[in-house]
Design a protein around this ligand. Structure first.
Ligand code: GRF
Length: 221
C-alpha cells in the first residue's frame, strides 16, 4: 500500500511561483505530499489564487492586524496547527519569525533563500552578488533555525553569472532553479530520506556537511 501523503502547510507572502512548482510536483506524483493549507500574511496576493485554483484551503493572517511579532506568530502557529502538518514550507514568506515559532517547528520547517548560503543572507541578494563580482550565484533550501537565513542546508542550485546578467535576469534564472530544487527537497522529506537533528541535515542517513548541489541539470552529491 502506498504511504500516506506527507501533510504540509505552505506559507507565502506573494506571487507563489514556488508554491506552484510544489503543487505541480504533487499533481504529477513526483512528491507524495498533500498541501493542507496555504497561508499568506498579505491579502490579495497571487499565491492565494494559485492555491484556490488547486482546491487548497487559502487563508490570510494579516500581520498588520497584530500589535506585535509575538501575537502574530502565535495566531499563525494556531492556524497552522489546525492542519497538523508534518512539514511547514516557507515559500517566499517575508517575515522574520520569533524564536518560539521556530522552535515549535524545529526540524520540520524548510525555507528557500536566493543565494549560496552562508554567503549573502538577507535581502537584494542578486544585486549584492553582482556588486561583489562573484562568478557564481545560486539558491539554498535549508531547515529553519533561529538565525535568519541560516540553518542546515539541504540542497543548493548553482549557476554561472553571465556578462549580461542584471539583478532582474538573475532573479528569473534563480527562480527557474528554485522550482526544481524545492520540490526535490520536499520529496526527499516526504520519502523519509531527509531529516534534521541537532542542527544537522541528513540525507539517506548521511550528515550533509556540504549540501548536494544541482549544477547544470545534474545532482552532485
Ligand atoms: C524566491 O526568490 C525565494 O527564494 C524567496 O522568495 C521568493 C519567492 O518567490 N525566499 P515566489 O513567491 O515563490 O515566486
Amino acid at each position: 500500500m502506498a504511504a500516506t501523503p506527507l501533510p504540509i502547510v505552505v506559507l507565502i507572502s506573494g506571487s507563489g511561483t514556488n508554491l506552484q512548482a510544489i503543487i505541480n510536483a504533487i499533481q504529477e506524483k513526483q512528491i507524495n505530499a498533500e498541501i493542507k493549507a496555504v497561508i499568506s500574511n498579505r491579502p490579495g496576493v497571487k499565491g492565494l489564487q494559485r492555491a484556490q485554483a488547486a482546491n487548497i484551503p487559502a487563508e490570510v493572517i494579516d500581520h498588520k492586524d497584530y500589535a506585535d511579532r509575538e501575537s502574530f506568530d502565535q495566531a499563525l502557529q494556531q492556524r497552522i496547527d489546525k492542519y497538523r502538518p508534518d512539514l511547514v514550507v516557507l515559500a517566499g514568506f517575508m517575515r522574520i519569525l520569533t524564536d518560539d515559532f521556530v522552535n515549535h517547528y524545529s526540524d520540520r520547517m524548510l525555507n528557500i533563500h536566493p543565494s549560496l548560503l552562508p554567503e549573502f543572507p538577507g535581502l537584494n541578494t542578486h544585486q549584492r552578488v553582482l556588486d561583489a563580482a562573484h562568478p557564481q550565484h545560486g539558491v539554498t533550501v535549508h531547515f529553519v533555525t533561529n538565525e535568519l537565513d541560516s540553518g542546515p542546508s539541504v540542497i543548493q542550485a548553482v549557476i554561472d553569472i553571465n556578462d549580461n546578467d542584471t539583478a532582474e535576469i538573475l532573479a528569473e534564472r534563480i527562480h527557474t532553479q528554485e522550482h526544481i530544487i524545492y520540490p526535490m527537497a520536499i520529496g526527499w522529506f516526504a520519502e523519509g530520506r531527509l531529516s534534521c537533528k541537532n542542527n544537522h541535515a541528513y540525507l539517506d542517513g548521511q550528515a550533509l556537511n556540504t549540501p548536494p548541489r544541482w549544477i547544470k541539470n545534474e545532482l552532485v552529491i
